[in-house]
Write a protein that binds this ligand. Structure first.
Ligand code: SF4
Ligand code: SF4
Length: 223
């Protein structure tokens, strides 16, 4: 029986043979453990490691609504065009699609080969927070991806805690709302995801909550 661990409030099934991150660096994985109040050095060199290899970007429903509104698309068209949705263990997971080489469909290159994001102001939380990764919603630390060539360059930065809090809030809400729809209200996984997206879409247009305001999200800081 695989070990069970909690991730984003949900149970994550650990593949047999894997082990959890020890204190400090994760051997062989290139992640450095960092306290929330800790500092790190970082300067983006606009390579294509993060946006061009994968992409490996998990989205929440909040990301989907912000990105679709930014592109002037209905959330369902956005989902069909730019994402993969898989159902695993009765749960829907959304990730960004890549091109044939694995590059993010929103990545652009200038004439010098430097990369940028076509939807920078509406980029997913995962991208805003990179090269940091959320460890778990209740953790007092994050992980720094030392495979990013910009890590340990440039000046000292602190973890953007306001952004971190918003990111964790969105993760918790995304997973708990889906959990309720599926396991308490009996929705099928895809039906639950569509209902959540429909609800957030309506909320964004009618109530204009802070999470839907790109300026507000940008003001929370980034790495
Ligand atoms: S964040 Fe890191 S991996 Fe991504 S473009 Fe910047 S330097 Fe490269
Ligand atoms: S959405 Fe933008 S920042 Fe995120 S992986 Fe794609 S190009 Fe990079």
């Amino acid at each position: 029986m695989p070990a069970l661990k909690y991730c984003c409030g949900e149970q994550l099934i650990m593949v047999p043979g894997t082990r959890l991150a020890p204190e400090g660096e994760m051997p062989g994985r290139g992640y450095r453990r960092l306290r929330l109040e800790g500092a790190f050095r970082f300067k983006c060199v606009r390579c294509d490691y993060c946006c061009g290899t994968g992409p490996n970007i998990a989205l929440t429903a909040y990301d989907v609504i912000r990105m679709s509104r930014r592109l002037g698309m209905y959330w369902k068209s956005f989902l069909e065009t730019f994402t993969n949705v898989i159902i695993a263990d009765m749960f829907p997971f959304i990730s960004l699609k890549g091109d044939e080489k694995g590059g993010c469909l929103f990545m652009e290159r200038d004439e010098e080969g430097l990369t940028s994001c076509r939807i920078y102001d509406a980029r997913p939380m995962k991208c805003r927070f990179y090269p940091l990764h959320v460890a778990s919603p209740s953790a007092t630390h994050v992980y720094l991806d030392t495979k990013c060539p910009g890590v340990d360059l440039g000046g000292e930065e602190s973890v953007p805690t306001r952004l971190y809090e918003q990111y964790v809030w969105e993760l918790k809400n995304h997973y708990s709302k889906l959990h309720r729809l599926i396991f308490e209200e009996g929705c099928e996984p895809l039906q639950a995801l569509y209902k959540l997206l429909d609800d957030l879409w309506a909320e964004a247009w009618r109530e204009k909550p802070p999470w839907s305001d790109l300026k507000h999200i940008e003001d929370l800081g980034s790495t």
